[in-house]
Structures are given as structure tokens and as C-alpha cells.
Ligand binder design. Structure first.
Ligand code: SAH
Ligand code: SF4
Ligand code: F3S
Length: 512
């Protein structure tokens, strides 16, 4: 469990983000921009087939645009957004820009935003406040907002009204248009807004600059059609659409050839992979069965939805090898009634049965989860069902959140009679169970030997190396720097609150 995440989730405040007070009519402004977002449009799910594009290219006249210029991207939110940042960076590099890690030296600053909870959005508006003086000092600096928040009408209106110094806003479907958007922003005095509220296509040949060369992300699908009643993602990311297996296999092979040690397959609901293929019956199980034959030590995926987790996938995962037996399986609540209101489309019993099947097939599997407390009108009994489910499953850890109403979602319209104080108290009670079980699970590692993918020096001590086990436990240990990028055996000496301390086991030692 991430300490920062818990603190964040305790700071949720209910607040209306629309600008009813101003009474200003922004419709005229939208005549000057490309396209404003619309949540209503974003909700539509048509029958058209997904269009695949392989024709991304930068117009010749824009190719030198970045010469002598630097870009800086700040990323918020999930791994999907982090991976989008890798694509944005790839496009910047193709345009001739250089990366920088300081805002002060950047010529273009992009905020790749997250809309999942109110406090995620507050952080971005806070950062925009900090950027204002920078823009005043250097009027040539371009400031852009992209990612999930740009897909929300209320956010775009608020930026138009209160943050005039922003030069560009573009959405999650418009990343490939970065060259044109930058060009327009350089030429125009108006704010450039380009947000397509469409269902989404798949664009295959986008450039990428990956963060690091040990672990890589690979999108297997985009969007989400689940429409859980609390969640903004289906509106910000468009409809579910899968990449073709051959494209994914090729990308993973390519990463393996480059020496990557671990791949994380990405999607908001990876278990729905392939359901949109009109021409074949092919799901995540089939894909994993092919990927496990590739010579790469570790393959994981995120995020799983319990509803679509099928028996064939369990059968394939049980084959082990490079398919890791750590499954992140968000449950959200332990109460069937709350799950129904959340439109999760499974019950407590169904979830527990799925866990039983997974553990039967993979006795050493570890499970982690996401939980929301304080969903509208959640009763004390319903909350206690979450606690009891948590104890029953014995998750290794969990991300826990206080429910945050998102404008435009069905849950935001539900009347809610649970005071924030009660929600905060529930979050604390849940966290103490989460911490208790995590500590117990970590303790079990003491004296055991684990395989660690060494990622680099520990943040707190450059003498110490740090890496993750196949079950995502962070291990700190002393070893030569040559171990970085490799999987080594480490004996766990001590379990700390969130991490393990160990000693590298000399693999070369021979018993005579
Ligand atoms: N697609 C993934 C998760 C996406 S968002 C899934 O379905 O599991 C990550 C987590 O944020 C969710 O699992 C949920 O626990 C939390 N979350 C989403 N919307 C939220 C909201 N409105 N308020 C509080 N937490 C939320
Ligand atoms: Fe949101 Fe539900 Fe989709 Fe996950 S499955 S992204 S929680 S709507
Ligand atoms: Fe946030 Fe968008 Fe990811 S809302 S969690 S960045 S899909």
C-alpha cells in the first residue's frame, strides 16, 4: 500500500467544479478552437468497427520545429498515462525537441493529467497556478494540458475562464496530433483546444521513448465499456478496443531482443481483451499462451476486472514460467448490494469463487486489490462486509480510496447521506486491516530466498540496490552495481513496514 496514495485519498473534499457563477458564455470561444469535449458524446458506443491506423507521420514542414527547443512533461495518474507520456516524448524527439527535467529550462511544458478523483484534479490546478509566473517571465514558453482531465467539459471551461495563459488543451484521442497542435499554438494567439469525444481508433506506429530499459509497458487494449457508476474512465478513454495480437507479440519480441526483463501488459480492463474482434474468438488467455513462449523473464498485466476473468486464462496462467502469479484484482467493495449500485456486475460470492479458483490453480498466487469506501449511502454493515472479505481473501496489499463524485457519472447524481467524517474513519479502519495483513505477509518472507529484478540504486542510499520480486515486493540489498538490470537471488533478512531487506545470494558459490 502506497503511503502517498492513502494520504491523498484522505484529502477528498466535495466541490462543484462547474463555473455556474461566472455566467459567461464560452460557446463563442469554441468557434475559434478545433473542438471542445462533450461527456455526452463520449458516452456513446457505436457499432462501427475500430479503425486501425498505420500511417502516423510528421509532415515534412514540421520536422525541424523542435530544433534548439526543450520539452518537459509532468505525468499524473495510472500506468496508461505514463505510457502515453512515452509516446508524447517520442513525438517531441521526432520533431527535434530535446528532453529536460527542469521546468525553468523548458520551451514546452505539458501536464498529462488524471481525472479519477477530485484530489487528482486539484493537484493539476495547483500546478497550473505555479506555472503562471513562469509564463509571465517567458511569454514564448508553451504550456499544454492533455490526458484525462482534458476530456471533461467542466475542466476545459475552467481553464478557458481562469487560466488564459494555457496555450493548448488536447485529449487522450489526440496525442498523435501533437505536431499539428504545437504548430497551431506557435502560430496562434488563441488557446488551441482539440479534444475528440469520439470512441477511439487504434494507431499502431507511434514513436516512443521508453522510461528505462529494464521494464517496459505494452498496451494491449484501450478504453473501457464497463461504466462502473462512480468512474470517469469510460468517458475519458473511449470505447474498448483491442490491438491485434500480432502487433502485441511483435512489440514484446522486440523488447525482449533489446534486453528488457519485464513487460506489463496494459489496459483498463485487460480481461475484455479481444471481445471486440469481429473476426475471431481470441481473448487474454490466448494472448498470454503465446506471449509465454517469448524469451523474456517476466510478463504481468494490469488491470483485471473480476467479471471477465475466465477459466481459460486461469488455466494458462497456471502454466507459470514467465507469466507471473501476482494478480491485481480490484474488488471495490465486499457488499453485493454496493457492488450492484456500482454496476460492477459481480457479487461478493462470485468474487470469492473466482479467488478460490485462482488459488486452486496457483497455490502461491498473490492477490492485490483496489477498494472504495464511502460509496453513496454505504451502511456500516456493508462496510464491514468489505473488511470481512479483505480478511477472508488475505490480499497482499491494496489501494484504498474514499469515493469521490465525478461529474457526469451516474453515482454523482445519487443522494448521499454519509458524512465525510464517517468515510474518513472507515478508510482508516480499512487501512489498519490492510496494513496488518501486509505486515504479516511480508514477515513470512524472512529467511526465504526470492528472485529480484534489480532496477537500480535505492532512493535513500546509493550504496544499496533495489528491485522487485515477481510479486511486486520491493527488496533492498547490497550488491555490486553490475547486478542492475538482472534477476538475482536474494535472501530476505528482515521485513520492514512496506519493504524487505536482504542479502544477495552468491549464485557462483559452489559446494565442494
Ligand atoms: N480499470 C481499473 C481501475 C481504474 S481506476 C479497474 O476497473 O479496476 C483505479 C481505481 O481508482 C479503481 O479501481 C477504483 O478503486 C478507484 N476509483 C475509480 N473511480 C473512483 C472514484 N470516483 N472515487 C474513488 N475512487 C475511484
Ligand atoms: Fe472504471 Fe470500472 Fe472501467 Fe475500471 S472497469 S476503468 S473502474 S469503469
Ligand atoms: Fe487517471 Fe485517466 Fe488513468 S483518469 S487513472 S489517468 S485512465
Amino acid at each position: 500500500m502506497n503511503e502517498k496514495q492513502r494520504l491523498e485519498s484522505q484529502q477528498v473534499q466535495a466541490q462543484d467544479s462547474t463555473d455556474k457563477k461566472s455566467g459567461k458564455d464560452y460557446s463563442k470561444y469554441f468557434e475559434a478552437v478545433y473542438m471542445p469535449p462533450s461527456l455526452k458524446e463520449a458516452k456513446k458506443r457505436g457499432k462501427e468497427e475500430v479503425a486501425y491506423h498505420n500511417d502516423f507521420g510528421i509532415p515534412e514542414e514540421l520536422l525541424g520545429m523542435g530544433k534548439g527547443r526543450k520539452f518537459y512533461i509532468r505525468t499524473y495518474g495510472c500506468q496508461m498515462n505514463e505510457h502515453d507520456t512515452e509516446v508524447l516524448a517520442g513525438i517531441f524527439m521526432q520533431l527535434g525537441f530535446e528532453p529536460t527535467d527542469s521546468k525553468e529550462t523548458a520551451d514546452v511544458i505539458l501536464l498529462n493529467t488524471c481525472a479519477i478523483r477530485e484530489n487528482a484534479e486539484d493537484k493539476v490546478f495547483g500546478e497550473l497556478g505555479h506555472l503562471k509566473p513562469l509564463k509571465k517571465e517567458r511569454p514564448d514558453l508553451l504550456i499544454g494540458v492533455c490526458g484525462c482531465m482534458s476530456q471533461e467539459e467542466s475542466v476545459v471551461n475552467r481553464i478557458l475562464q481562469k487560466h488564459h495563459f494555457v496555450d493548448m488543451i488536447f485529449g487522450t484521442h489526440n496525442i498523435h496530433r501533437l505536431p499539428q497542435i504545437l504548430n497551431e499554438a506557435y502560430l496562434s494567439k488563441e488557446m488551441v483546444v482539440e479534444v475528440w469525444s469520439k470512441e477511439g481508433d487504434v494507431i499502431e506506429n507511434l514513436p516512443r521513448v521508453r522510461k528505462g530499459n529494464i521494464k517496459g509497458w505494452v498496451n494491449i487494449m484501450y478504453g473501457c465499456d464497463k461504466f462502473c457508476t462512480y468512474c470517469i474512465v469510460p468517458y475519458t478513454r473511449g470505447k474498448e478496443r483491442s490491438r491485434r495480437p500480432e502487433e502485441i507479440i511483435q512489440e514484446v519480441r522486440h523488447l525482449a531482443a533489446q534486453g528488457y526483463q519485464e513487460i506489463t501488459l496494459l489496459g483498463q480492463n485487460v480481461n475484455a481483451y479481444g471481445k471486440d474482434f469481429p473476426d475471431m474468438e481470441y481473448g487474454l488467455g490466448h494472448l498470454m499462451d503465446e506471449l509465454r513462449k517469448i524469451d523474456i523473464p517476466r510478463i504481468r498485466f494490469t488491470t483485471s476486472h473480476p467479471r471477465d476473468f475466465d477459466d481459460y486464462l486461469i488455466e494458462v496462467l497456471a502454466k507459470g514460467g514467465n507469466l507471473l502469479d501476482h494478480i491485481h484484482l480490484p474488488v471495490q467493495s465486499g457488499s453485493s448490494e454496493v457492488l450492484k449500485l456500482m454496476a460492477r456486475k459481480y457479487s461478493r460470492e462470485h468474487y470469492l469463487e473466482l479467488v478460490r479458483k485462482i488459488k486452486e490453480a496457483m497455490p502461491n498466487a498473490s492477490l492485490t486489490t483496489d477498494i472504495i469506501v464511502g460509496f453513496p449511502n454505504e451502511t456500516e454493515e456493508q462496510f464491514e462486509e468489505t473488511l470481512s472479505l479483505y480478511r477472508e481473501v488475505e490480499f497482499d496489499s491494496a489501494y484504498t480510496f474514499i469515493y469521490s463524485p465525478r461529474e457526469g457519472t451516474p453515482a454523482a447524481k445519487m443522494e448521499d447521506n454519509i458524512p465525510m467524517e464517517v468515510k474518513k474513519e472507515r478508510l482508516q479502519r480499512l487501512n489498519s486491516v490492510v496494513n496488518e495483513i501486509s505486515a504479516k505477509k511480508l514477515k513470512e518472507y524472512e529467511g526465504k530466498i526470492v528472485e529480484v529484478l534489480v532496477e537500480g540504486e535505492s532512493k535513500n542510499n546509493p550504496e544499496v540496490l533495489a528491485g522487485y520480486t515477481s510479486k511486486s515486493k520491493l527488496v533492498n540489498f547490497r550488491a555490486p552495481k553490475s547486478a542492475i538490470g538482472k534477476i538475482v537471488k536474494v535472501k530476505v533478512v528482515k521485513a520492514k513496514t512496506w519493504t524487505l531487506d536482504g542479502e544477495m545470494v552468491e549464485e557462483t558459490v559452489e559446494v565442494k
